[in-house]
Design a protein around this ligand. Sequence first.
Ligand code: ATP
Length: 240
Amino acid sequence: MAERPILSVEGLSTGYGAVTALNGVSMSVSRGGICAVLGANGAGKTTLLRTLSGLKRADSGRVLLDGTDITRLPAERHVRHGLVHVPEGGGVIVELSVVENLRLGGLWRSGRRARLQRTDEVLELFPPLRERADRPAATLSGGERQMLALGRALMARPRVLLLDEPSLGLAPLVTRQIMQMLLKLRAEQELTVVLVEQNARSALSITDHGFVLNQGEVVMADSSSRLLADDRMRHAYLGF
Ligand code: ATP
């Protein structure tokens, strides 16, 4: 029997007033997988992540995390269930130091010792952050800030990480480094990653599977290699 997907989305719909942003989105994400959510501006990618993580209310449909219905839970309960969302831009607080930002990601966890230990583990994963642990986040480069956003999310030991455009505004070389880092984290931290990206080509180069959204609907779901090879799909929805 096939293993139960870690994340199942069934007929999810939501909108903003009269605007429909998601219209019956269904998708299934395998445990330990890394999948891309692609599509043009306004396709519904950010809304999908916000609805999955409880920041936006679903009008209908369900989100199951490892079989548990989390659709109606408040956002902070999603974190406790192991689903963590890194918003576009990372949400790093620039006035705080690197370590203080990391601690924010573990605040809800009880036990000071456990929190300190996790901070050390996360700093081990990101040597550039360890070197700058006490500096304000404002002094970090764009790539380092993105690392900090990832590190802060990892403080919660997520099972599923939702990442909204981690490459936004980064140079191609830094984007490649971030993508390679995701592969490493997936392997070392037993993570499942859902990656929203404008840069479809670089996302498909590291993901196993891709979902293409258009006007709030999934218009294609396939292996990343097949999506990359599909000229018609690439031209119509992915812009390359
Ligand atoms: P982008 O890549 O530009 O971020 P996206 O694929 O993430 O686009 P969403 O931001 O989820 O798309 O937007 C989906 C639809 O919902 C669009 O029609 C957008 O205009 C609309 N929308 C998004 N946020 C709001 C909002 N706060 N109020 C009203 N409409 C919104």
